[in-house]
Design a protein around this ligand. Structure first.
Ligand code: GTP
Ligand code: MG
Length: 240
């Protein structure tokens, strides 16, 4: 049996996390030869995220440093070495766990190293993304395609799938604390010459309150884009 770890970074997601975990298509994954472990990173939540996630069957690890970037790094450190593939999605029930089958297939068939779930190339439920955020995402995606030659169609997505060794190599270079982490991951993966492809996904209304600050976080995302233009991985970490 192969192993898939589903990693869910969470800050105050008691309203969404059970739905996310229960929608993981375990039977279909089993038929593909994958056993599933759900790894929830509780990023200092003030609500009952840990309790609710454990009840839903997840292994929960705690990260005290606030920010999605810290939560992701903690998650990567906590993945067991027998894991073959890693899927990451948010705990707010905006992404559909059933669609992870679409993200896994290109990895399972050795088509590429990383798959990104694209909302901009997929189905965005009306009202789930503001026009401002959608425009910002188009703009950032254009910048990455233009200047990094990154083969991606949504750089602010939270839905990813990796072969574990790829994520391990990438995580050595991750520094971002907050919501610029996705931009950092994508620009660095492009520089490391990993094979990245996008698949269409759905994006729904969030369960619970948003913490994203469009202007403040937008500036940080742009800064990560600029900073990594001159970044180079050590040769030993390059994919090719
Ligand atoms: N806000 C916030 N989210 C965190 C943090 N650490 C982990 N996360 C998780 O990161 C994921 C993305 O955060 P969201 O607040 O949904 O941000 P977003 O998806 O960009 O914006 P929304 O439109 O509000 O959903 C969620 O699963 C959060 O629970 C943190 O310190 N702050
Ligand atoms: Mg969200």
């Amino acid at each position: 049996m192969k192993k898939l770890t589903v990693m869910v970074p969470c800050y105050n997601e008691e309203k969404g996390i059970t739905k996310v975990i229960s929608k993981i298509p375990r039977a279909k994954l089993k038929a593909l030869g994958y056993e599933v472990e759900v790894l929830v990173i509780d990023n200092n939540s003030k609500d009952r995220t840990t309790e609710v996630a454990k009840k839903a069957g997840a292994r929960v690890v705690f990260e005290g440093k606030q920010g999605k970037g810290h939560a992701i790094r903690k998650g990567v450190k906590s993945i067991t070495t027998d894991t073959d593939l890693v899927v990451m999605l948010d705990g707010d029930d905006t992404y559909d766990p059933r669609e992870m089958l679409r993200l896994i297939e290109p990895l399972d068939s050795n088509f590429c190293d990383v798959v990104i779930g694209s909302r901009l190339g997929g189905k965005i439920k009306e009202g789930s993304m503001t026009m401002f955020n959608r425009t910002g995402n188009w703009f950032f995606t254009f910048l990455v395609r233009m200047f990094y030659h990154g083969n991606v169609t949504d750089v602010c997505t939270g839905y990813f799938a990796w072969k574990r060794p790829v994520l391990k190599k990438l995580s050595k270079h991750l520094e971002a604390d907050g919501f610029s982490i996705e931009m950092e991951m994508i620009t660095k993966m492009a520089k490391m010459k990993f094979d990245i492809y996008s698949v269409p996904i759905s994006y729904e209304h969030r369960a619970g309150d948003t913490a994203l600050q469009p202007i403040g976080d937008g500036k940080k995302i742009l800064h990560a884009w600029m900073k990594n233009l001159t970044w180079k991985p050590y040769a030993k970490y390059q994919a090719k």
